[in-house]
Design a protein around this ligand. Sequence first.
Ligand SMILES: [Zn+2]
Length: 425
Amino acid sequence: MLRKMFQRNSFHIIKYRVRRTVRGVGFALGKVHGRRVRLAALAISSALAIGFVVAATQGDRTTYAVYFNGKQIWQAGSQVEIVEALQSVETRLAAITGEEISLIDSISVLPADSGAHAAGFMGVDTLETAIMEGLPNVSEMFTASVDGRIIGATDDGAALLRTVKEIVDEYRNENTVEISMDGDIVMRSEYVSDGLIMDIPELREALRRSITVRRADQVTDAVQIPFDTEYIADNTIYKGDEKISVAGVPGVLNVTTKTYYLNGEAQSQIIISSVTQAEPVTQVVLQGTRPRPKTASYGKYIWPVKNVVLTSNFGLRKATIGSANHKGIDVGGSRGTDIFAADGGIVIMAERYSSFGLIVQIRHDNGDITYYAHCSELLVSEGERVYRGQTIAKMGSTGRSGGVHLHFEIHPGGGEAADPLKYLP
Ligand SMILES: [Zn+2]
């Protein structure tokens, strides 16, 4: 492709007759009368066979002008210089384009005035620059290389510089304590094949794929330390009951960790430090050992009759008989049905009392009071301790009652009546 390009741009070859070999170069020049002559073999070692028309003039001080695309771009005092210079440029071109390039058909050499040579020594880079500038698919650009490999090129050096910085910084956050890159990105200005020219977003992506950013983030987290629980036997508490005497409080541990990332992916983590900010407070639980008397309260209620048929709920109701605001629940049954103490406690009332008729009131150990009203018969007396499930009365219809039933109330803490269904199982 490039070779074709060169041929397309090639200047016509001017043929000259060579009259003598140049000292130091083992030219094998053929018969050159009016013909183009190529250097068949060069004394200097070269992977590339460079050939061009060799010109010579009479006289001791021959100089040579090098033409490319019709323009004189260089001159030298010897053919060896030209051969070496072109080889050097070809090597550079091969590196840039990835192709073996022969300048042979693009370069012409003519004898020049010795006066021109006196203008001064022209370095190989002058030749190289002139050739590069004359090639359509090679441009001087800002390049970014990683590990010696050009990743891309742009004419916007400032944007490239910014992009390189941004690529690394993209991985940084407020916890980042270390950041570095494997392999340096080297930026420079040089001639490159136009195929390497990219816009900045493309270049950013290509660079991002080519580099490895190592980063370490350091974070301190408050970690909860669970509290221990200590159990202490207590003979003032009934067996089976527990009481928390000291509430446990979790402690706080400040743990500082350092996490290592490769291109944003966590690879490993180490703990830098862990500092106790607050010790946990051990929870102390008193476990009862005292034998529970039969009449002690459990703090939990059972239904006061065996087969429950609810006939009226707690709260507002259409008053036919009794209060419009019903302070308890009614449970139906036949006269004489056993009524049980819903929990252990002490009987604080066992008598005929107003519209309740025959009623039993029991105060439980936690202060709750339960009512059992409209009974036909009372089986306990005031001041007597009763156990949970003990038969304390028989169902009836005494007091203000429309029929045989148990009217049951619960007064938590001895206060206002509450809905018993919230307390019964
Ligand atoms: Zn009732």
